[in-house]
Ligand binder design. Structure first.
Ligand code: GSH
Length: 215
């Protein structure tokens, strides 16, 4: 979104394998100990911080007047589909990623994998139906597309194919051509995890409970 809007920004990496997401200064602006979170020093005094990707997208759309229509009907459609992504496609893809990439192989995860694979596949069906008569999710390119597209990208690693989702295929190609979108998904690619997490990192990442938040 920042790339799509041509906004200036500074990336501050958070090493979640080292537990930096539990640092009090991070929890102050992201109480759910998750990235992303943004701090806008220009718009408000004092600076305003926003966590949760959906809220961040709405904020940036409001700030720039881009990718969120003003008219109530069109605006609500975008918010509806943004909410669909936040509550369905994103979390299902997130769980697919966990069970595909990180769940211990010596445990039987078949049920969980099957459950999330079906839900991811179902969401692709919902998206495909929606795109049948529209170039983008809500007609014009919007924050609903910006939120949804990144979770389509790992479909092959999740064992999916787009062969039967022809409208999703077309939509994917169209977004990939956008400079802002492709720049956005490549931001700080150098920091992406390439090795499996160590035992210590696994404990920080997957051993979380309310105790992890203790001050
Ligand atoms: N619902 C959140 C999910 C964000 C999320 O899960 N972020 C992951 C990285 S992609 C994270 O920060 N994980 C830290 C952790 O597991 O402690 C959003 O959309 O902003």
């Amino acid at each position: 979104m920042l790339e799509e809007c041509g906004l200036n920004y500074r990336v501050i990496p958070v090493d979640i394998g080292k537990g930096e997401q539990f640092h009090p200064s991070f929890l102050e602006i992201s109480p759910n100990n998750r990235m992303p979170v943004i701090v806008d020093h220009l718009e408000q005094e004092p600076a305003i911080s926003i966590f949760e990707s959906g809220a961040i997208l709405i904020y940036l759309a409001e700030k720039t007047g881009k990718f969120l229509p003003n008219k109530m009907r069109e605006r609500m459609e975008v918010i509806e589909w943004l909410s669909w992504q936040i509550a369905n496609f994103g979390p299902m893809a997130g769980q697919m990623s966990h069970f595909t990439n990180y769940a211990p192989k010596d445990l039987n995860n078949d049920y969980a994998l099957d459950r999330y694979a079906r839900e991811y596949n179902r969401c692709l069906g919902v998206l495909n139906n929606r795109l049948e008569k529209r170039e983008f999710i809500c007609g014009e390119y919007s924050i609903a597309d910006i939120a949804t597209w990144p979770w389509l990208l790992p479909y092959k690693a999740f064992g999916e194919s787009l062969d039967t989702f022809t409208h999703v295929q077309r939509w994917h190609k169209n977004i990939k051509k956008r400079t802002g979108a492709s720049n956005g998904v490549n931001v700080r690619k150098d920091l992406r995890r390439t090795n499996p997490p160590s035992a210590q990192e696994r404990e920080i990442l997957f051993g979380q409970s309310s105790r992890s938040l203790k001050k």
